[in-house]
Structures are given as structure tokens and as C-alpha cells.
Design a protein. Structure first.
Length: 351
């Protein structure tokens, strides 16, 4: 049985940052993830997608962010159970929990933190009759390596952030990028919409709205798509790749059967204090949770991880008071004895 102070289910960016915050308080973490490597969606679905809202990074690729988080938390020597799904949880007489994976691996911890992002997920597929025929042969639901589309004709369908952002990225890689959306208005971030509009004005992106992709053609590989316009007229467009980006269909999986309070496929938490669920000792942080005013942003998950660790420390050390010290003053001491001490700040007066 694997023992830890905090068992984290989900090794995405929020789970990894929780390891660092817990380590500052000398709490040992172990992480479970169904994926074969840490990083969650950032590693598995869009590793080369730029992220723009991480503090201090005007732009960082998703896999680059994971590399930095792994570097940051490695000094606290977290354990990993990868390629396994957390299936059951059993509360012990001493209020600790035993979590068992689908491969029978048992984990014991007094604190369980669910940081599973959107949970287990699958892409929302457009309703096109022969769509399965072209999956992997010109039809892609995720973009892992943008260079796969180098000098190729690409059609992207969707009106959210993913569709807009990838259209911007691929316009400098693909020979031709066409964006199809069923409405004239896009629901992505205003900055992304403006970038796409600017690229359209430069004739670097083709935009077809309001319209939908209703058919796919080709022998062994995708060769063209059929676009239906608002007046029901149809147009055939030659393309090498069709990428429908309509979001993910999230599923909590076995966690939904753990007795947690669920609302719209997300776990309800107490956001006024510490993001604890209705079961004491079980927390939920990141995109997997919900509360009034919830924003599904990585940086919000980082904030939730920090507050969760404060409460976890109190549960693990009921008779000990934690004195918060800023890392700029105290430095960071890893479990291996290494110590990073911040340089003394120098205040310079301009006269």
C-alpha cells in the first residue's frame, strides 16, 4: 500500500502545483492519473498550444508549462501512479482514506484531493454520417504536433477559444487555413477574435460563417469537405485535414459514485474557505469543481491549491499552528535537504 500525507487524483497543472504548495508545509504528496505521463490535457491533448494567462509568461506552450511545474515540484519528491484510474474510496476508522485503482493499487492518505480537470473526456463529434471512416486519416479531434499540418490545407470548425487559437497558430504552418462556424459571432476571448479578424484581413485565414461542415469525401484519406451555408446551399472545399473543435464531453467516471455532491458534472465545494467537498478530508480543485463565480482557468486552480494546502495542514496537524512565511524571505527547502534562499532585496532610491 502506498502511503502519503496528501493523495492527489489528477496530475495536471493544478495537481502538480498543489505538490509544490504542500511541500512548502512539509506535506508529502502522491498523484494518480489515468494518463501515462504527468500533465493532463496540457500534455495529452494540446501540448503545443500557447497559453497566455499564466502570470509572468506572456506566452508559454502547454507542455512547456508542465515542464516548469515538474521542475518546481520535483524537489519535494512526489510519487506517481500513472496509467491507472482511481476507482473506489473507503474511509477508515481513523478518518483516513484508501483509494484503489483499476489495477488494484491501493493508496492510503488522510487527505484526498481531486484535481482531475474535466475528468475523463472525449471530444464532441459533429453529426456527420461517415465521420468514423476518416478518423486518423485526415480527421483530427486534437492537435498534439502542429508540424503535422505543415504545408497542408486545413479546415477548422468551431467558434470557441480552441478553434480561434489554433487557427491563429496554424496560419503560419499550414498552406491554407479555413475556419467554419455556424454563427457570425464567435464565443472566444475578444483578443482571439480580433487576431483572427486581423489575419482574415491579411488573407491569411479564410472564414466561412454562418455555415456548417455536413459531409466528408475521399477514398482512403480525407480529400474534401462539404459546407452547408445558411441559405442551404452547399460548397465543396478541398482539404487535407478537418479539425472539429467543439469542446470536450466531460465525465467524472468512478468519482461520481463516491458520495460527493455533484452539480452539472462538477464537484461542489466550499469556496468560502478551502475548497473542501461535502465529505471532510476530500477536496476538489481546478476545473473539476464548481461554486458560485467559478472560473475554469489554470491560474484559478493554482489559487485553490494554495488555500487547500492551508486547510490540509490544519487537518494533519490539529495542535500545530502554521506560520506563513513568504518564500522571498524563507526560501524553499526541498525534502532532499536542498535549500533555495532568496537574495536580499535591494531598494534603490532615485534622486
Amino acid at each position: 500500500m502506498i502511503k502519503s500525507d496528501i493523495l492527489i487524483i489528477g496530475a495536471g497543472p493544478v495537481g502538480l502545483f498543489a505538490v509544490f504548495e504542500a511541500g512548502l508545509m512539509k506535506m508529502k504528496c502522491h498523484l494518480i492519473d489515468i494518463l501515462p505521463k504527468p500533465g493532463g490535457q496540457c500534455s495529452e491533448i494540446y501540448p503545443k498550444k500557447p497559453i497566455y494567462d499564466i502570470p509572468a509568461y506572456p506566452e508559454i506552450l502547454a507542455d512547456g508549462l508542465i515542464d516548469k511545474l515538474m521542475e518546481q515540484c520535483s524537489q519535494f519528491q512526489p510519487g506517481f501512479t500513472l496509467g491507472e484510474r482511481a476507482m473506489t474510496i473507503d474511509k477508515q476508522e481513523n478518518n483516513s482514506f484508501v483509494v484503489t485503482t483499476d489495477k488494484g493499487t491501493k493508496h492510503l492518505a488522510p487527505i484526498v484531493v481531486i484535481a482531475g480537470g474535466l475528468g475523463s473526456f472525449e471530444p464532441r463529434k459533429p453529426l456527420i454520417n461517415n465521420i468514423e471512416k476518416y478518423e486518423g486519416s485526415g480527421l483530427e479531434y486534437f492537435i498534439k504536433d502542429p508540424n503535422k499540418f505543415k504545408n497542408k490545407k486545413v479546415v477548422i470548425a468551431g467558434g470557441g477559444d480552441s478553434a480561434l487559437d489554433w487557427a491563429v497558430v496554424l496560419c503560419d504552418i499550414a498552406s491554407e487555413v479555413t475556419l467554419v462556424h455556424r454563427r457570425n459571432e464567435f464565443r472566444g476571448a475578444l483578443d482571439s477574435v480580433e487576431k483572427v479578424q486581423h489575419l482574415k484581413n491579411l488573407n491569411k485565414i479564410n472564414i466561412i460563417t454562418p455555415a456548417e461542415v455536413v459531409g466528408l469525401n475521399g477514398n482512403n484519406n480525407l480529400e474534401s469537405i462539404i459546407v452547408e451555408n445558411s441559405d442551404k446551399s452547399k460548397t465543396q472545399i478541398k482539404t487535407d485535414f478537418f479539425i472539429p473543435l467543439f469542446g470536450l464531453s466531460p465525465k467524472l467516471g468512478p468519482i461520481a459514485n463516491w458520495g460527493l455532491e455533484i452539480e452539472k458534472n462538477a464537484i461542489k465545494v466550499n469556496n468560502s474557505l478551502d475548497y473542501q467537498t461535502n465529505i471532510p478530508g476530500i477536496f476538489a480543485i481546478g476545473d473539476v469543481n464548481t461554486y458560485p463565480g467559478k472560473l475554469k482557468l489554470i491560474l484559478c486552480g493554482f489559487h485553490e491549491a494554495a488555500l487547500m494546502c492551508q486547510s490540509a495542514f490544519k487537518i494533519l496537524n490539529p495542535n500545530k499552528k502554521f506560520l506563513l512565511k513568504y518564500t522571498t524571505v524563507s526560501g524553499v527547502k526541498g525534502f532532499d535537504g536542498s535549500h533555495k534562499k532568496a537574495e536580499k532585496a535591494v531598494v534603490k532610491t532615485i534622486s
